[in-house]
Design a protein around this ligand. Structure first.
Ligand code: HEC
Ligand code: HEC
Ligand code: HEC
Ligand code: HEC
Length: 506
């Protein structure tokens, strides 16, 4: 072929054709660019504030006017229809499913009532209704401290800004009742000016400080997990802080590390106990929900996958991409939650999750049975006149075995987040329990009891609660009275207060 210059010399119209073609291409490129800009503008438009509110505005619906897509998807945490094999958004009465739990928690609030968690939009309602918070009246307090509100509501950062954390943690649960009304929401995770992710709970910041780390150094990807780590973690109420003596100050026991052993050592060293077990009299620990700690030991965390990647995947709607705020079981949304990284079929990915859960639960159930036996055998030993000295080591074994069981069981999602670590924790629990039971068998023999202590009939929740002597009907009556008489007053008071908040249209 001849060079283009010579071809144009032969056929001048070719030059003009090329010229016109260039104009058309430039025009089309221009159109494309303008369309991209428009989409961008749309995206920016969606974020142009329609209302102006205070940085501590607790009401999701007010923030929602500025960010309708995020708000509407967040409201879908109200949906309770999805059930996976073990989890999902339906409320499950765990004491009914597994009555052994009643015996494990004898003497503690969880034996009264324990449900598998629902969506964030139920945080307040479920706490109001739980038998654990009791039936406060105008002149009778709840058994729980105010600290229990900490992971339930954006009213918490508001109150902490007003009165400081120590004052917030002070007092009984019901004393802050009218103040905490909004379910977990925008102000828990976002800065209202920039909408950047923000840690609003001092316990997480303080735990980082004690580990010699500054949470402000966290990367953007780490923040996508740390906002969850404000609540989905192990914690305890520390009444011995320097700055707030006597106040149940929310504290994460991470000073020695986050493993089951490191936290156990931390608690043992300060001789902390959540309660004394009703049957065995062991000084017990209640693991809360070390979800973040267990997640960190898994392969996804080590590859930099955050909580939000699976539980808050991106979603496209009308040309805009946004973060799906419908926080839920990722098994209800495998396409966006898993298949952005994995190319396996949905059924295969779900089967992978179930397989890990099945295997862990098999051993977890075995450990539960061993611990039930330990409590019952220890009670028999006490009844036969065992001394404190004889029981000392055994009670520590009970404490440690149950702590390990609970660390694994309460790290919701742990069987998938980190199956190897969760399995390891349960096997160490089984070892501790077996060692304890050998000591118990010897002691019982010394005390003249040389046969098996019968396993109690705890085949239903009702039977188990009767076995530990829990007056559930009375507790329910007090609760119903609270829901009918005091709660409506709290709600009225909250509404009056909120009506006074400054919100202006832009
Ligand atoms: C302010 C505390 C708080 C924060 C922050 C928080 N959660 Fe939760 N989360 C809760 C509570 C409380 C529940 C249980 C609500 C209930 O059952 O009433 C819950 C429930 C859940 C559930 C169960 C929902 C269901 O439908 O079964 C998932 C999953 C979850 N959270 C994931 C996350 C993720 C992921 C993050 C971070 C992006 C996060 N949470 C941040 C407190 C929090
Ligand atoms: C449990 C924590 C949490 C809560 C509660 C929460 N968000 Fe988010 N939000 C996130 C995370 C995580 C992202 C992703 C941020 C990123 O990667 O930069 C996000 C992103 C956003 C963005 C940025 C645009 C986008 O979609 O990615 C907006 C706007 C937003 N959220 C609004 C809201 C509003 C409005 C509410 C209340 C209805 C809310 N968020 C509640 C965690 C939360
Ligand atoms: C952001 C990317 C990403 C997302 C989202 C993601 N994964 Fe993964 N997943 C990985 C990486 C990376 C590995 C490690 C594999 C490797 O390095 O070879 C992994 C490993 C796994 C493994 C094998 C490890 C184990 O635990 O035994 C399974 C199973 C798995 N993913 C399932 C899922 C499921 C189910 C989901 C959705 C709920 C999901 N993944 C979401 C990136 C992701
Ligand atoms: C790789 C994806 C992935 C990551 C990362 C991940 N999760 Fe999960 N999560 C899952 C899957 C899958 C389940 C099991 C859901 C089921 O059984 O229905 C689950 C279960 C849960 C549950 C129990 C849900 C229920 O319905 O009761 C909670 C709570 C939870 N995760 C919180 C978190 C938090 C907090 C983080 C970060 C610290 C996190 N997850 C990180 C995939 C993930």
């Amino acid at each position: 072929m001849k060079p283009i210059r010579e071809q144009i010399k032969d056929k001048p119209w070719l030059g003009w054709a090329l010229f016109l073609l260039t104009i058309v291409v430039v025009f089309l490129l221009g159109l494309l660019a303008s369309s991209v800009m428009e989409r961008r503008a749309e995206a920016v438009f969606a974020y142009t504030p329609k209302v102006e509110h205070s940085p501590t505005e607790p009401r999701n619906e007010v923030w929602g006017q500025n960010f309708p897509k995020e708000y509407q998807s967040y409201m879908r945490t109200k949906d309770t229809t999805f059930a996976s094999k073990y989890n999902g958004s339906t409320m499950i009465d765990m004491l009914e499913v597994d009555p052994r739990l009643v015996v494990l928690w004898a003497g503690y609030g969880f034996a009264k009532d324990y449900n598998q968690g629902r969506g964030h939009m139920y945080a307040i309602e479920d706490l109001h209704k739980s038998l654990r918070t009791g039936g406060p009246t105008e002149d009778k307090h709840s058994p729980m401290p105010s600290t229990c509100w900490t992971c339930k509501s954006p009213d918490v950062p508001r109150l902490m800004a007003e009165m400081g954390p120590a004052e917030f943690y002070k007092g009984k649960w019901d004393e802050k009742g009218p103040e905490v009304m909004n379910n977990i929401g925008c102000a828990d995770c976002h800065d209202s000016k920039t909408m950047n992710l923000k840690v609003t709970r001092p316990a997480l910041v303080e735990a980082f400080e004690r580990m010699g780390k500054d949470i402000n150094d966290a990367t953007h990807q780490e923040m996508r997990s740390l906002v969850c780590a404000q609540c989905h973690v192990e914690y305890y109420f520390n009444k011995n802080t320097e700055h707030a003596k006597g106040v149940p100050y929310l504290t994460f026991p991470w000073d020695k590390g986050m493993s089951v052993e490191a936290m156990e050592e931390y608690y043992d060293e300060i001789e902390f106990a959540d309660w004394t077990h009703k049957l065995s009299k062991a000084p017990m620990l209640k693991a809360q929900h070390p979800g973040y700690e267990v997640y960190l030991t898994g392969v996804h965390a080590s590859r930099g996958v955050s909580c939000a990647d699976c539980h808050m995947p991106y979603k496209s709607e009308g040309g805009t991409k946004f973060t799906d705020h419908h926080i839920q079981s990722p098994l209800n949304n495998v396409a966006n939650s898993c298949q952005v990284c994995h190319r396996e079929e949905t059924a295969q990915l779900v089967a992978d999750v179930y397989e890990r859960q099945d295997r862990i639960i098999e051993n977890r159930d075995k450990l539960e049975e061993l611990i039930v036996r330990m409590h019952v055998e220890a009670k028999t030993a006490w009844d036969l006149g065992a001394t404190e000295q004889q029981m000392k080591d055994i009670l520590m074994d009970i404490r440690h075995a149950q702590w390990r069981w609970d660390y694994a069981a309460a790290s919701h999602g742990g069987s998938f987040h980190s199956p190897v670590e969760t399995g390891r924790v349960i096997s160490t629990g089984i070892t501790v329990a077996q060692e304890g039971r050998i000591k118990l068998a010897r002691l019982l023999a010394d005390l003249g009891h040389n046969e098996e202590v019968p396993y109690p009939d705890i085949t239903t929740k009702a039977k188990a609660q009767e076995f530990i002597g829990l007056p559930v009907e009375k507790l329910q009556e007090e609760k119903d009275n609270f829901l009918k008489n005091l709660l409506p007053k709290w709600k009225e008071e909250a509404k009056k207060r909120e009506d006074g908040y400054a919100v202006s249209m832009k």
